[in-house]
Design a protein around this ligand. Structure first.
Ligand code: GRG
Length: 295
């Protein structure tokens, strides 16, 4: 199957998996479920669950135990976007081509919807225990999910990002922010897939390093698109880094060097993945496609 057709059909399959784990909109608190579901249904490339599923398949995984983890990862990612769009952070009106959650439901429910997605992500991942017998692997995967989304992962990166907004930062700090803010969830996605499929510690290390290079390239491409794309193509405003006084790879090194760095990192990611000596052509193509994406 051609790559574009394949990615479309895989995204459809992933959407079905995610939908199966979304909460019912009921009870006095139904507004919170509605806001959570709105944020998830607003779209998105579903790239993290896709990377998780493809890494799982790379190591021969075939069971349903991966599915609650895939849904949980998209919930974690979506919570981060909902909170990132809030007035206290980037104060954005559009995301994924739709009004942001707080613009539709108000700021208080926007905050709660992010909180709810974060908590429900872990409730969802815990359902893996009723689908798989290997409690050791499930526990190890949970640990990765929890740690990489917290203070030693995404929240830690976002904290440094917020603290240094509008201030001068050097390459070392910028790398730290990118590795944690953006990279940590991408690393977790691939690692959870590898762990659940039984990858050994050497293989897990290679997967983590692949995801690190990929995550960095993915974020630099995000910086590039913020200055080269349009709001129609991105589904969110362009020029938001400048508006929010963010130091990015583009502001630090210029557009051409940023593009070169993306190329180097994407080659690094593919070379690292090849060290495993395993075949998943789609995963290779996916990594290259996402790094060079236009939205
Ligand atoms: C609020 C704790 C907290 C963290 C926020 C993820 C994040 C940290 C902020 C969102 C803005 C941003 C620049 C994130 C970097 C990662 C990134 C490029 C996210 C967009 O991911 P895509 O392209 O989005 O996968 P879709 O909408 O396709 O799911």
């Amino acid at each position: 199957m051609k790559f574009t057709k394949e990615i479309k059909s895989k995204t459809k399959e992933i959407n079905h998996i995610i939908e199966a784990y979304l909460p019912k909109e009921e009870g006095y608190q139904e507004t919170i479920m509605s806001a959570m579901n709105y944020s998830i249904y607003a779209g998105g490339k579903r790239l993290r669950p896709m990377l998780m599923q493809e890494t799982y398949r790379l190591f021969g995984g075939t069971e349903k135990v991966i599915e609650p983890f895939m849904a949980a990862m998209e919930m974690l990612h979506t919570y981060s976007l909902v909170h990132d769009d809030l007035p206290a952070m980037d104060n954005d009106e559009y995301r994924r081509g739709k009004k942001t959650t707080h613009k539709v439901y108000g700021e208080a429910i926007g905050i709660l919807a992010g909180d709810a997605l974060l908590n429900y992500a872990f409730e969802t991942a815990l359902q893996a225990f009723s689908l798989g017998n290997d409690t050791e692997k499930i526990s190890a995967a949970l640990q990765v999910l929890v740690r990489k989304s917290g203070i030693y992962g995404m929240v830690g990166g976002q904290t440094v990002d917020v603290l240094y907004t509008g201030k001068q930062i050097d390459e070392k700090k910028l790398d730290f922010i990118y590795r944690l803010k953006t990279g940590a969830l991408l690393e977790a996605s691939m690692l959870v897939g590898a762990i659940l499929a039984g990858a050994d510690s050497r293989e897990q290390r290679i997967i983590e390093e692949t995801a690190q290079s990929f995550g960095m390239a993915f974020q630099i491409q995000d910086d590039i698109l913020d200055v080269t794309s349009t709001a129609e193509v991105l589904g969110k405003p362009v020029g938001s880094d400048e508006k929010n006084q963010k130091t990015t790879y583009v502001t630090l090194f210029g557009l051409e060097d940023a593009k070169k760095r993306v190329e180097e990192l994407s080659q690094q990611a593919i070379a690292k993945l090849a060290l495993l000596g395993r075949e998943n052509t789609f995963l290779n193509e996916l990594i290259l496609y996402l790094i060079h994406r236009e939205s």
